[in-house]
Design a protein around this ligand. Structure first.
Ligand code: PRP
Length: 207
C-alpha cells in the first residue's frame, strides 16, 4: 500500500487528472465530498492536505509520496527526494513593485512583503542585499498599495493580479511547477511500488 499526500486546491484537479491518465482509478477522488483520505484502486490511498502539510506528512513518513508546488518546497525545504517535475501548475516567483517605481534607487527603503520569507531572504542574500521582510498570509499585492512594503516576492501566473493592482514584475526569482516528492526511508523500503508509480506518472508527463 502506498499513501500519497496531495495538495488540495489549485494543484488538485490536474494531479487527479494526471493519475487518471496514468491508468489509476480516481473515481473516489472525483466524488470525495468532505472526505480527506480516498482510495485510488486497491493499493493506493490519497490524503488531501494544505501544501506545507504535504511536506510534513512526507518528512514524517506517514505518507510515502507527495504532490506539492516547488514554491512550497523552496520555502519549507526538508529531507526528502524530489523525483519528478509534473509539468503542471506552472508559474514563477517574481519580485514586483508599484509600476514605475525605482526599487534600486539610492535612499529607497527595501521592505518586501511575502508569503515566502525564506525564499525572499535567500534571493536578496544572493544579491548581497539586506532587506526587511514582512510576512503576509495572502493577497500580498495589498502590502505595497497601502504603504506597508516597497515590493513583494510572490507567485505570478497570468500576471493579472499584479496588473489590476498597479504593480509590475521587475525580476524573476524562480520557475515553479508541481513536483512529486518521496520519503527517503520509503524509497528504500517500498522501492518496487514507488518506482512503478513514478514510472507510470513520468510516462504521462513526457507526453
Ligand atoms: C496567487 C498569488 C497571486 C496570484 C497570481 O494567489 O499569490 O496573488 O495567485 O496569479 P495571477 O498572476 O494569475 O494573477 P492565490 O490566488 O493563490 O491566493 P492568495 O493571494 O490568497 O495566496
Amino acid at each position: 500500500m502506498l499513501r500519497i499526500a496531495l495538495t488540495k486546491g489549485r494543484l488538485e484537479k490536474e494531479a487527479v487528472a494526471l493519475m487518471k491518465h496514468a491508468g489509476y482509478d480516481t473515481e473516489a477522488l472525483a466524488d470525495k465530498g468532505r472526505r480527506l483520505i480516498l482510495p485510488v484502486g486497491d493499493d493506493i490511498e490519497v490524503l488531501l492536505a494544505k501544501a506545507p502539510d504535504v511536506i510534513t506528512y512526507v518528512i514524517h513518513g506517514v505518507c510515502d509520496l507527495g504532490i506539492v508546488g516547488k514554491d512550497t518546497i523552496m520555502e519549507y525545504g526538508g529531507s526528502f527526494y524530489e523525483v519528478l517535475d509534473l509539468g503542471f501548475g506552472k508559474c514563477r516567483f517574481a519580485l514586483a513593485v508599484p509600476k514605475g517605481s525605482d526599487f534600486y534607487a539610492d535612499g529607497i527603503s527595501h521592505r518586501i512583503a511575502s508569503k515566502y520569507p525564506n525564499v525572499t531572504r535567500d534571493y536578496f542574500a544572493r544579491k548581497g542585499m539586506d532587506v526587511g521582510i514582512i510576512k503576509i498570509e495572502g493577497s500580498v499585492e495589498l502590502a505595497p498599495l497601502v504603504g506597508l512594503a516597497d515590493g513583494i516576492v510572490d507567485i505570478v501566473e497570468t500576471g493579472t493580479t499584479l496588473k489590476e493592482n498597479g504593480l509590475e514584475a521587475i525580476e524573476d526569482v524562480a520557475d515553479l511547477s508541481a513536483r512529486l516528492i518521496v520519503n527517503t526511508a520509503a524509497m528504500k523500503l517500498k522501492y518496487p511500488a514507488i518506482e512503478a508509480f513514478i514510472d507510470r506518472i513520468a510516462q504521462e508527463v513526457d507526453q
